[in-house]
Design a protein around this ligand. Structure first.
Ligand code: RFL
Ligand code: PHB
Length: 415
């Protein structure tokens, strides 16, 4: 048994499924979840000659249909190149050198590249990242099990953890050396850890983001625009030179059906400076959804031979575009820890994974929380609160020190 305090493993499920025929398999690292974290971890391990099997509860097409992140830090771009999944990104990704902040009906540019010794961010959809990683995994002949039902994890406080799941009515047992919980916020891995072994920190914001994807040219192809307005936050982003992604802050109680396309475009324009608003090309939405905003961190991120990575361990509100990038930095740390374990016979990396990852995570949580606080209208934001936000924004765009702090967080803190 591994020294992980009072962790106990639930054996009930194991006994129950023993009534059925079980297909046994084995791998070095069982990865739960085929989102960006799981796929990228699988690719980084494969590059080092470490075997993994990914178990995903949804179908491949469902995973690809989720419209989410759009902005990649350079560290994430470099990782995708390093695993051979960067060819399309190099051609289709739109490099951005600046962000723009709109407040008091005026737009201010922050020269992110100039303030960070040449660093950039790249607009490239999470859907495309996932697609490229799935294709690279398929081309390398690596195993991914989609539509796995009743996924459960066991014995991760021993050196022989196991994953159980059902496909096509058949029960499977996957034995492994380690389990990587890359199964997002609602996954099975974090919830399999005994409550007294984990501490959770959370803030839920009293509003959501209504997001629209439309096949129209982006109003600002060279910079992401973040708007602060008395009517609420707005964001102009893009997926390509012909596909735009826009968001507006909305009450969390709103339903997508309440928002016609026309109502969305009208509201967006009201929250931007008149010049930008006048240039927006509107068109029918091809996706429209409302996302809640949350800050969340679970500590620690290692429980014996189970590691959490990505949204399974933490959530940031999307302001600042950090979620996918944090998932990438987690799996970078985790893959190097596992590589040290297998290739160097050294367990210092896996012992230090949680502490190392959390040190970066908390800084990114701070950035996402502070940008969310600065840019949104909260129920308690009265006229004084609005003035405070505007004064802080004014300071931010006119002080080189403050702009630099924003820029270095935006392009991504060092790994
Ligand atoms: P994911 O992407 O949720 O993937 C987890 C996978 O695990 C599967 N799963 C299970 N599989 C097996 N058994 C189970 N029991 C399972 N339970 C779940 C799920 O089906 C899924 O396939 O987590 P991962 O890989 O950690 O990746 C995290 C990112 O997806 C997320 O942080 C970002 O999308 C957040 N985010 C953004 N991040 C950025 O870096 N830049 C952005 O511009 C950005 N914009 C956004 C965002 C998130 C948004 N929403 C909708 C929350 C914009 C929005 C609106
Ligand atoms: C996006 O393009 O989806 C996006 C861009 C910037 C953010 C969040 C989301 O801060």
């Amino acid at each position: 048994m591994l020294p992980i305090g009072n962790l106990r493993v639930n054996l009930v499920k194991l006994v129950k499924i023993n009534h059925f025929k079980i297909n046994n398999m084995r791998t070095q690292v069982a990865i739960i979840g085929a989102g960006p974290a799981g796929l990228l971890l699988g690719a980084l391990l494969h590059k080092a000659g470490i075997a993994s099997i990914i178990i995903e509860r949804q179908s491949r097409s469902y995973v690809l249909s989720r419209i989410r992140a759009g902005i990649l830090e350079q560290g994430t771009v470099d990782m995708l190149h390093s695993v051979g999944a960067g060819q399309r990104l190099a051609i289709e990704g739109q490099v951005h050198h600046a962000i723009e902040l709109v407040f008091k009906n005026q737009r201010h540019s922050i020269d992110v590249t100039g303030l960070t010794d040449g660093k950039v961010v790249t607009a490239y959809g999470q859907t495309e990242v996932t697609h490229d990683l799935m294709n690279a995994r398929h081309a390398a002949g690596l195993a991914t099990v989609y539509e796995a039902r009743d996924v459960s994890i066991e014995d991760f406080d021993t050196v022989q953890p196991k994953v159980h799941y059902v496909t096509d009515g058949q029960h499977h047992e996957l034995a492994c050396d380690f389990i990587a919980g890359c199964d997002g916020f609602h996954g099975v891995c974090r919830s399999s850890v005994p409550k007294d072994a984990i501490q959770e920190f959370e803030r839920i914001y009293p509003f959501g983001w209504l997001g629209v994807l439309a096949d129209v040219p982006p109003v600002s192809p060279h910079a992401i625009v973040y708007g602060n307005h008395a009517r609420g936050f707005s964001l102009c982003s893009m997926r390509s030179l012909t596909r735009s992604r826009y968001y507006i802050q909305c009450p969390i109680t709103d339903k997508v059906g309440q928002w016609s396309d026309a109502a969305f475009w009208d509201e967006l324009r009201l929250r931007l400076d008149p010049e930008l608003a006048g240039r927006i090309t509107t068109g029918p939405s091809i996706d429209k959804s409302i996302a809640p905003l949350r800050s969340f961190v679970a500590e620690p991120m290692r429980f014996g031979r189970l590691f959490l990575a990505g949204d399974a361990a933490h959530i940031v509100p999307p302001t600042g575009a950090k979620g996918l990038n944090l998932a990438a930095s987690d799996v970078k740390y985790l893959s190097s820890a596992l590589i040290d374990f297998y290739l160097e016979k050294c367990s210092a990396g896996i012992d230090g994974y949680s502490q190392r990852a959390l040190a970066r995570i908390w800084k990114v949580e701070r950035f996402s929380w502070s940008l969310t606080t600065l840019m949104h209208r909260f129920p308690e934001t009265d006229a004084f609160g609005q003035k405070m936000q505007e004064a802080e924004l004014d300071y931010l765009v006119h002080s080189k020190a403050a702009s630099t702090a924003l820029a270095e967080n935006y392009v991504g803190l060092p790994l």
